[in-house]
Write a protein that binds this ligand. Structure first.
Ligand code: DC
Length: 240
């Protein structure tokens, strides 16, 4: 990407150097909400790498670029500027070439196309390069699919967050209903199944448990309990 994504840190609390915490897991496993809260608790930077793939997907669809076009899409990534701005309320605003797309990139249409776009080598290379830059000083909680395996393979803390398929479908379905979308559980289930398959079976950087990652299955845990589990793992790395 040309000028690539830049993340601006909130003025309060200040982000400081510290551990690198890599959280990977399938869609609707609670990564974003938990990672955000862990980052807040530690005063670390929060990086949701999925938003970068989502923003590019939005641009590709808008420009009517074929989402399987392995030549045009990496070029599009190079011409694109994605900026992530952390807000003091824990939310991150996403800008694509200067336009805010935060809610636009969370639609079922993006959900449906983002996994395919994410399989393209040139796109992954551009994204990973930028993510490494953002996290190079540590003090970061980064979440996605390849964080512990590719982006930060030396992260001090690696978590693989997961939940049963049924529970993940329920969560995503509820999310859509809360957004006022007329959502059908069956369609959500098919969508998740397809994304799980593409994300975990792609040739480059498939979703898998990184070496040394701690698996947390939060099927029966709520968000505060999930955050506590992650912080327990972090604690073991903070105490010498
Ligand atoms: O976390 P999410 O659902 O917003 O991610 C959207 C898609 O982006 C996901 O289905 C696969 C891709 N992705 C990826 O390939 N690598 C990442 N590190 C993050 C997301």
């Amino acid at each position: 990407m040309k000028s690539l994504s830049r993340i601006s840190k909130p003025s309060s609390p200040p982000c400081k150097r510290g551990l690198t915490i890599a959280i990977d897991g399938p869609a609707a496993s609670g990564k974003s909400t938990s990672a955000k809260l862990v980052a807040k608790k530690l005063g670390y930077l929060y990086l949701d790498t999925g938003t970068m793939y989502r923003a590019l997907t939005w641009k590709a669809l808008r420009n009517k670029v074929n989402i399987k076009d392995g030549k045009r899409l990496p070029q599009l990534a190079k011409e694109t500027k994605i900026t992530l701005k952390s807000q003091s309320n824990l939310e991150t605003k996403i800008y694509l070439d200067g336009k805010e797309v935060t809610s636009l990139i969370r639609s079922p249409l993006i959900d449906k196309n983002v996994s395919l776009i994410s399989t393209i080598k040139g796109i992954r290379e551009a994204m990973v390069e930028e993510q490494k830059k953002i996290g190079k000083e540590g003090g970061i909680v980064a979440e996605g699919r390849d964080i512990g395996t590719v982006v930060f393979p030396k992260a001090e803390v690696k978590i693989f967050l997961t939940a049963s398929f049924k529970e993940r479908v329920r969560r995503r379905w509820k999310e859509e209903i809360n957004k006022g979308l007329s959502s059908e559980k069956k369609r959500v289930a098919i969508g998740l199944l397809t994304r799980d398959r593409i994300d975990s079976q792609r040739k480059i950087a498939p979703l898998k448990k990184a070496r040394g990652a701690v698996v947390i299955d939060n099927t029966c845990l709520n968000i505060p309990q999930t955050v506590d589990r992650i912080l327990e793992v972090v604690k073991t790395k903070l105490t010498p």
